[in-house]
Design a protein around this ligand. Structure first.
Ligand code: AMP
Length: 420
């Protein structure tokens, strides 16, 4: 594995897996959030300014075969503007035309391949009718794995060097995110700047966190977050739980939760977390009060109660002021903070206060010198919405990939390059 900052790309053709899976306006098909495109600019500029050429590849959405609405064409004007140069576009990633364009690419030039997921072998997931039997599914999958290797091999012939900078898909073993790396020797593959900074931020929290270390976990479900919670219990001093998943814990402890979100089959898991926190000496904090609604609606009637005393027919949709004050106190005393998941249904104004307060507290603690890492689409959205993105230490671009790394799992896109 090579390091991008010290690699000289002069005269070298490089194929770069980027993550341009950006949201598009349904009507105009314009890019509505260019964060992911901006994330790849440093890597592309480094290649070009060294005097190399870059072939970019990405997926967009979940197309089933070639579907124009998932074309990467809308990304082009945004990319060209950010790079300040023209970018060539190959309308079919595996076509002879694309291969010829790549072969003709001159130093300093950049080209973009059309959506790599237009080929089902990219993901290795066959498109089958619902009536397909298990055996048919298995056979189709095996056949597609062979094609996946062929796809990776073909794309590898476009360039001499492979760079993976698509952190958002690093947890996927796809043709362009992982399989391709096998077709390049160790000194001809590396991560881009984005993946390097994501790894540095996560490793700082996982491997060398300054204490006190506080994790703030929110969001809807215990089942989505249980693995990361378990891994963090070995590392953190404080674990703050908020959001919908709170209520599964409160129910497990015998509280009254009304119609609040609850995973009835996860009560034992919740009890296990409470027990593990106790034996590990982790300070496990739950909200003490909540804002309850009579329906899941932005205009719902509300009242505040103790978190474990929700009236029948009502549901808790945000944390209350006492909880906010308690959580702020812990966050402000922390030297390392990891935040994943909102404290309430922050998409609705009435239930956004808890999440906003946490975003502000994390920013304040960062100003005081703490290292803060924010991950997961919703907490990132909350930080952005409050204009705090540059007031925290690091905002991760990959929700699922970050969660899996923090769970202690190996990500195929990372191991394919780093080994291990
Ligand atoms: P996640 O993707 O697991 O991080 O969950 C994020 C979602 O959880 C958001 O869409 C929130 O609206 C939702 N959420 C947060 N708190 C609650 C709650 N108390 N009840 C229901 N949904 C919630």
């Amino acid at each position: 594995m090579k390091m991008i900052e010290s690699f000289n790309f002069k005269g070298i053709r490089t194929i770069v897996r980027v993550d341009f899976n950006v949201p598009l306006d349904k009507k105009t098909r314009e890019v509505t959030d260019d964060t992911r495109i901006r994330g790849a600019v440093k890597t592309i500029k480094k290649i070009v300014s060294d005097g190399g050429s870059a072939i970019l590849m990405s997926h967009l959405g979940r197309p089933e075969g070639v579907q124009e609405k998932y074309s990467l064409k809308p990304v082009m004007p945004v990319l060209e503007k950010l790079l300040g140069m023209n970018v060539l576009f190959a309308p079919d990633a595996l076509s002879d035309e694309a291969a010829a364009m790549a072969a003709a690419l001159k130093p300093g030039e950049v080209m973009m391949l059309e959506n790599v997921r237009f080929y089902p072998e990219e993901e290795g997931k066959p498109i089958l009718p619902e009536t397909a039997t298990d055996e048919e599914k298995k056979a189709a999958k095996t056949a597609l794995k062979v094609k996946q290797k062929e796809m990776a091999k073909r794309l590898s012939t476009y360039a001499d060097v492979y760079v993976n900078d698509a952190f958002g898909t690093a947890h996927r073993a796809h043709a362009t995110t992982a399989v391709m790396a096998d077709f390049f020797p160790g000194d001809k593959k590396m991560f881009g700047f984005l993946i390097n900074s994501e790894l540095a931020a996560m490793d700082k929290v996982l491997k060398s966190a300054q204490k006190p270390f506080t994790a703030v976990m929110g969001g809807a479900k215990v089942s989505d977050k249980i693995l990361i919670i378990e891994n963090l219990l070995d590392r953190v001093d404080n674990l703050i739980i908020g959001g919908g998943m709170t209520y599964t814990f409160i129910k497990a402890m015998g509280g009254k939760i009304g119609n609040s979100l609850c995973e009835a089959d996860k009560l034992d898991v919740a009890k296990g977390v409470i027990e593990k926190a106790r034996t590990k000496g982790v300070n496990l904090l739950f909200p003490v009060d909540g804002i309850n609604a009579d329906k899941f609606d932005a205009e719902a009637n509300t009242y505040i109660s103790a978190i474990d005393d929700v009236k029948d027919g009502w549901m808790g949709l945000d944390i209350g002021e006492k909880s906010i004050a308690m959580f702020e106190g812990v966050i402000m005393k922390s030297r390392t903070i990891l935040w994943n998941g909102p404290m309430g249904v922050f998409e609705m104004e009435k239930f956004a206060a808890g999440t906003t307060a946490i975003a502000k507290a994390v920013a304040k603690a960062t100003e005081k010198g703490a290292f803060s890492l924010i991950g997961g689409g919703d907490s990132v959205a909350a930080v952005n919405k409050n204009g705090l993105a540059d007031k925290v230490s690091y905002v991760s671009t990959g929700g699922g990939a970050m969660l899996e790394y923090m769970e202690g799992r190996k990500l195929p896109g990372i191991t394919a390059i780093r080994g291990e």
